[in-house]
Design a protein around this ligand. Structure first.
Ligand SMILES: NC(=O)c1ccc[n+]([C@@H]2O[C@H](COP(=O)([O-])OP(=O)(O)OC[C@H]3O[C@@H](n4cnc5c(N)ncnc54)[C@H](O)[C@@H]3O)[C@@H](O)[C@H]2O)c1
Length: 396
């Protein structure tokens, strides 16, 4: 194991109960063999947070009710920023916002929500008024959905994106940071994937995000809008929808293990991805928005942990994290089935560029991210099971 909870806790130590995992890691950083644990405390990002806390800015997060948007909201509010949100709740939830606003951090800044669609330019104009920085995250992110309905993905991800750029430009915002994706690399065989890598795009979703990058460079050149694209790898964390039609692997496996269902792995489990905790993504957004650097046209950065993790390794980490809650999980094994057509075998980000140019340093490894998020996943899983039970009861 190159890293993970096995590393962090030592192979012979019993796993702590799940509700203690996050606390264990926070209270005993010396016990975690990972040099990244203290970087955030000493690093440039902490200095930046302090500066922004002393002189708060106004931020617009589009897609604020979604998984990543709500986590960035939490981070910005935690150091007293003013945040405006725009969302049409197509894949996001009011509960995500309630969750953030109920925390102590959520009470530190100010938050104003606009319910609206980025395909409506007036909604974008209203939301952009008086904003310093835009963090654009509203999009339809599902690859299968884009294959089923490419026109819909295009209208949200491309038409909506242009509206956000136009409204931001009219409002004179200082910079727009927008969510791009590692799907842009398609089937590129290069590893790790640097920003210069190219491959054949494998979905309409990837095409919409590449179109964003092209429009970003044009808007920068033609209208002088300041834009930075962040190519996210496989992001995980609290408020990631475990019950969505295209649920991501981590919440899905947690939910399966807790309900005694098998976790399915397509292929032999040696498929790898760069799984990155969402707190690292929030940091990347805030650094990119406020960097004093003058960005060139179409500046894009990879955002990941900078390490590959196989599905087998990920499964073992999750199982270890859950065993304190349900001992029978210790013997759970994944079920392997055929490789899926079009699945990329390996993926991992080269994060040198963002580290060097924006001073990005991931604060959370996968183990630390799971330690923080598992409690949320478990609680969420339990709630959805109750909802499902009452739904069945109502039908019988
Ligand atoms: N989660 C990942 O691992 C990942 C990886 C690469 C890129 N991204 C990108 O990051 C961004 C956020 O992803 P996420 O995982 O948080 O997805 P999400 O679905 O949880 O969040 C997207 C949010 O955008 C909102 N939205 C969608 N269409 C809208 C519209 N027309 N008008 C206004 N709001 C709208 C949704 O209601 C939702 O709240 C997306 O742009 C996605 O493509 C995510």
């Amino acid at each position: 194991m190159p890293f993970g909870m096995e590393d962090a806790l030592g192979p012979n130590r019993p796993a702590p109960p799940i509700h203690l995992l996050g606390r264990f890691q926070r209270r005993h950083p010396g016990g975690v063999k990972d040099p990244m644990i203290s970087l955030a405390k000493a690093g440039p990002y902490t200095r930046l947070r302090n500066e922004l806390a002393a002189s708060p800015r106004t931020w617009l997060i589009t897609g604020v009710a979604g998984f990543i948007g709500s986590n960035i909201l939490h981070e910005l509010l935690s150091f007293g920023q003013n945040v405006v949100g725009l969302d049409n709740f197509s894949t996001g939830y009011q509960a995500n916002l309630d969750d953030v606003l109920a925390t102590p951090a959520g009470k530190k800044g100010s938050f104003r929500l606009y319910k609206g669609d980025i395909r409506d330019i007036q909604a974008c104009r209203k939301a952009c008024r008086g904003v310093d920085y835009v963090l654009h995250h509203a999009a339809l992110g599902s690859v299968p959905r884009s294959i089923d309905d490419p026109a819909l993905s295009n209208s949200v991800n491309v038409d909506g994106f242009i509206n956000v750029l136009l409204a931001s430009n009219e409002a004179g915002v200082k910079r727009i940071v927008y969510a791009s994706t590692c799907a842009i690399y398609g089937d590129s065989p290069e590893l790790p994937l640097s920003e210069a890598s190219t491959g054949n795009l494998l979905s309409p979703y990837a095409a919409t995000k590449l179109a964003n990058e092209i429009y970003a460079s044009v808007f920068q050149r033609v209208y002088g809008v300041q834009l930075v694209g962040l190519r996210y790898f496989n992001i995980f964390g609290p408020r990631q929808d475990p019950n969505g039609a295209y649920a991501a692997v981590i919440p899905r496996w947690i939910s399966n293990l807790l309900s005694g269902e098998a976790c399915q792995i397509f292929g032999d489990g040696e498929t790898s991805r760069d799984f990155c905790y969402v707190a690292n993504v929030a940091q990347a957004n805030i650094l990119a928005a406020t960097s004093a650097r003058s960005f060139g046209d179409a500046e894009v950065y990879n955002v990941g942990l900078g390490r590959e993790t196989t599905l087998n390794e990920l499964f073992r980490m999750i199982r270890l994290g859950l065993v304190g809650l349900e001992p029978s999980i210790a013997t759970a094994q994944p079920v392997y089935s055929h490789f899926r057509d079009g699945d990329i075998r390996r993926s991992g980000a080269d994060i040198t560029k963002i580290q060097q140019q924006l001073e990005y340093e991931p604060t959370h490894t996968i183990a630390q991210g799971l330690g923080e998020a598992l409690e949320w996943y478990v609680e969420h899983s339990a709630k959805s099971a109750l909802v499902e039970e009452s739904r069945i009861a109502a039908l019988t």
